[in-house]
Write a protein that binds this ligand. Structure first.
Ligand SMILES: *[C@@H]1O[C@H](CO)[C@@H](O)[C@H](O)[C@H]1NC(C)=O
Ligand SMILES: *[C@@H]1O[C@H](CO)[C@@H](O)[C@H](O)[C@H]1NC(C)=O
Ligand SMILES: *[C@@H]1O[C@H](CO)[C@@H](O)[C@H](O)[C@H]1NC(C)=O
Length: 309
């Protein structure tokens, strides 16, 4: 073999090794950076005194989804061993629906018609406020038409723990924003500066860090965590939906169409559940695989959620 060829081979493999080393250095650097960012640990407020009367409840926000699809969703969930005894409550925002029929066909424990206001955000806050003293130990909040169904079920069976889950997001996650100037790659921006305001009310702090955004309005949260936050905060958010004259419906903060049944504020609420339930630390961000990749190599059940400990 001519010397020149062999030396150019050597050059190539040297360059290859160098590339690998540089990549590894960057990875190490990235990992260290992430570790450093976890430095600031926020306190977690839990209501440990509360004694729930039921273990798990599934709360569905329904509009005009076909009843047999909702029935299938309920059946699929209840066929999971950890959810076999879950109580099912359906809130229907279609005034023409027959709630008795929905209850019978889906096998739900309760189906109630609500005014068609504020989409799923209002439904979930409504449930929290009205069932404050009868919240299940854990509640699974979902829209009757769930997003990414295949990944959704895998995500629940991989991560949901009846004994440990405090907050588990079941939608897309991973987007982080600067709390003081929050926005994402979609069209959304926190024009009303609600994130810093809620952050301040929860943590009594005038500065706020990066926060993890939630999407799709599907998540599991414990009663201890819900009730760890001042009830007035939920009431203020709920009021913003239902009160036509509230700040949430003022033209200067709107970024798109706004109506009582499909409020612009719904997009902000959709992104705020992680913050509200005190689970927006950055380690939940980088450890959790996307819904589609399902599991991180070397992963752990704690990766995607916050435990109540
Ligand atoms: C609602 O559904 C129930 C049960 O299927 C049925 O008995 C009842 O007649 C229905 N009511 C109306 C107003 O259609
Ligand atoms: C369903 O829930 C609503 C609201 O909490 C309540 O008023 C109603 O009595 C319940 N219905 C049944 C059948 O349990
Ligand atoms: C909130 O912070 C202020 C100022 O640091 C302090 O006076 C107040 O007691 C705190 N309130 C709570 C509930 O921690």
């Amino acid at each position: 073999m001519p010397a020149s060829v062999s030396s150019s081979r050597n050059n190539i493999s040297c360059k290859y090794l160098l590339d690998i080393s540089i990549t590894l250095l960057w990875l190490a650097f990235g990992a260290l950076n992430f570790t450093e960012r976890q430095g600031r640990r926020l306190p977690v407020f839990l209501d440990q005194e509360y004694v729930p009367q039921s273990p798990v409840e599934i709360v569905l926000s329904m509009y005009k989804e076909p009843i047999d699809e909702v029935e299938e969703l309920v059946n699929n969930l209840k066929s999971m061993p950890a959810l076999s005894d879950a109580r099912v409550t359906i809130y229907i925002k279609d005034g023409e629906a027959n709630s008795t029929h929905v209850r019978h066909q889906t096998g739900a424990n309760n189906a109630t018609i609500l005014p068609n206001v504020g989409r799923e955000g209002e439904t979930f806050l409504n449930h929290i406020l009205n069932q404050w003293d009868s919240l299940a130990r854990q509640t699974i909040f979902l829209q009757a038409g769930i997003h990414n169904p295949r990944e959704f079920y895998t995500h629940i069976s991989n991560y949901y723990s009846r004994s440990q889950t405090g907050f588990l997001n079941l939608g897309l996650s991973g987007a982080v924003c600067n709390c003081e100037d929050c926005g994402d790659r979609l069209f959304w921006n926190d024009k009303a500066h609600l994130f810093p305001r809620i952050y301040n009310r929860i943590y009594n702090s005038t500065t706020c860090d990066n926060v993890l955004l939630s999407y799709k309005g599907q998540f599991i949260v414990s009663a201890a965590r819900i009730r760890g936050v001042d009830k007035d905060i939920y009431y203020a958010l709920w009021k913003a939906f239902v009160d036509k004259g509230s700040w949430a419906h003022q033209p200067q903060i709107l970024q798109g169409p706004d109506s009582m049944s499909a409020p612009d504020f719904g997009y902000t609420m959709e992104r705020m559940w992680n913050l509200l339930f005190q689970c927006s630390n950055s380690d939940v961000v980088w450890k959790c695989p996307s819904l589609v990749s399902k599991w991180r190599i070397g992963g752990d059940i704690g990766d995607c959620q916050c435990f109540d400990v």
